[in-house]
Write a protein that binds this ligand. Structure first.
Ligand code: NIG
Ligand code: FE
Length: 386
């Protein structure tokens, strides 16, 4: 995590959607038959991989600014949820919103993220909380995926909260027996997620839901240890989770469970920032020999921002990550956490050309340091300037 390789004066060739080659300027030869090459002069800017955001909830309807006011007035995230606000508030709004309108609102957020340098995004369902509305969300994600140059992966998060009108057990039953098979049959998601935390879903609910997901080939990515030491890390590792996310509250047992696993610990400092929660102990994880990804958690309740450079800055400022560690956490490790590290997340021959050309003078350290200064000169996704 400490190493980011770079070439100080270089060229890079894109062919079609992919990175074809790169090297030091001294090795650049102009091909005679290369008349139709479009040249972008980086003018002393850096060329870097686009950010990867492995944990978002960007398909939502309306806003939850009234709860923002409640938070300013002292209510906690849990108190707002207990009053029937929070995720259930978003679920009511989503229910009333047409699929086209939901797509329109979500696309604005995706476009905003791309404009801020993100090129790959994982998006979760979880504001439907009944079969029809969960499928509606997942169809919106599929449409974003088809119509956007960003690389998108979908996660079924039926177990985000107990849907209105259900008892707890009946809802877990509906997730396992009704929703998971319907999602799999339609090929609408790669991953399955559970909000395994105090006041939401228990370790035994999570076991059941992951087992049902496994039967149809859905790979786990779990919300764990945001509000309490939930046991979510251990259950996730047992089920071969690709990533375990949040992790604001973790002790030695969690580090031990993660050691030797293929699971990417993923921290979401935007939600710590917005909710005033403790930040994940990123350095402790890295010093224990674990890797780390950072993601935005872009959602209306706990992290209303999809700005990965701000996430990188929070990684440096609040979690005391070096710029190199924060950068790796926001690019290649985040790509791994959403199953796309063979496609994006680094400048590698054959990978998708998802690249940012920064404004002149930017360095790795200046990115998080000047964290509000516009830094993108060109953003290239799938080989095209967006
Ligand atoms: O990752 N923690 C659970 N889910 C989201 C918040 C969702 C919401 O409040 O709408 C999160 O923080
Ligand atoms: Fe989340």
């Amino acid at each position: 995590m400490d190493v980011v390789e770079s070439l100080p004066d270089a060229w890079l060739l894109i062919e079609g959607e992919r990175i074809a080659d790169f090297g030091p300027s001294s090795s650049l030869s102009t091909q005679e038959d290369a008349v139709d090459i479009q040249v972008i002069d980086a003018k002393g800017g850096m060329v870097m991989p686009s950010f990867c955001d492995s944990h978002t909830h960007i398909v939502w309807a309306g806003q939850r600014d009234a709860e923002f006011v409640d938070k300013i007035n002292g209510l906690t995230y849990e108190q707002i949820a207990a009053r029937g606000g929070g995720i259930l508030n978003s679920s009511d709004l989503l229910h009333k919103t047409s699929e086209d309108e939901l797509y329109r609102q979500s696309k604005v957020r995706l476009d905003e993220m791309m404009a801020k340098g993100t090129g790959a995004v994982e998006i979760k369902s979880g504001y439907g909380l009944n079969l029809d509305d969960e499928l509606k969300m997942l169809r919106v994600i599929r449409r974003l995926r088809e119509e956007s140059p960003a690389l998108i992966r979908a996660t079924f998060l039926g177990a985000h909260a107990v849907g209105r009108g259900y008892g707890h057990e009946a809802y877990v039953d509906a997730v396992c027996k009704e929703m998971i098979p319907a999602v799999a049959e339609r090929g609408l998601a790669e991953f399955i997620d559970v909000f395994c935390d105090e006041g939401f879903f228990t370790v035994s609910d999570t076991e059941r839901i992951l087992a049902a997901g496994e039967q149809v080939g859905l790979i786990p990515k779990i919300h764990a240890n945001e509000l309490a030491v939930s046991g979510g890390v251990q259950v996730g590792v047992r089920h071969g989770a690709l990533s375990l996310d949040h992790l604001e509250r973790t002790g030695d047992a969690e580090l031990e469970a993660l050691r030797g696993s293929d699971t990417m610990p993923t921290m979401l400092p935007g939600s710590s920032f917005f909710l005033g929660l403790p930040y994940g102990q990123a350095r402790r994880f890295i010093e224990a020999g674990l890797p780390l990804a950072l993601a935005s958690d872009y959602n209306p309740g706990s992290s209303p921002s999809g700005d990965m450079r701000f996430v990188m800055a929070l990684g440096c400022i609040q979690m005391k990550l070096s710029a190199e560690r924060a950068f790796n956490a926001c690019t290649l490790n985040a790509a791994y956490a959403m199953g796309v590290s063979d496609e994006v997340g680094s400048i590698t021959r054959g990978k998708r050309a998802n690249l940012i050309v920064t404004k002149p003078g930017f360095t790795l350290t200046l990115l998080p340091y000047l964290h509000q200064t516009p830094f993108i000169a060109h953003h290239i996704l799938q080989g095209r300037v967006i």
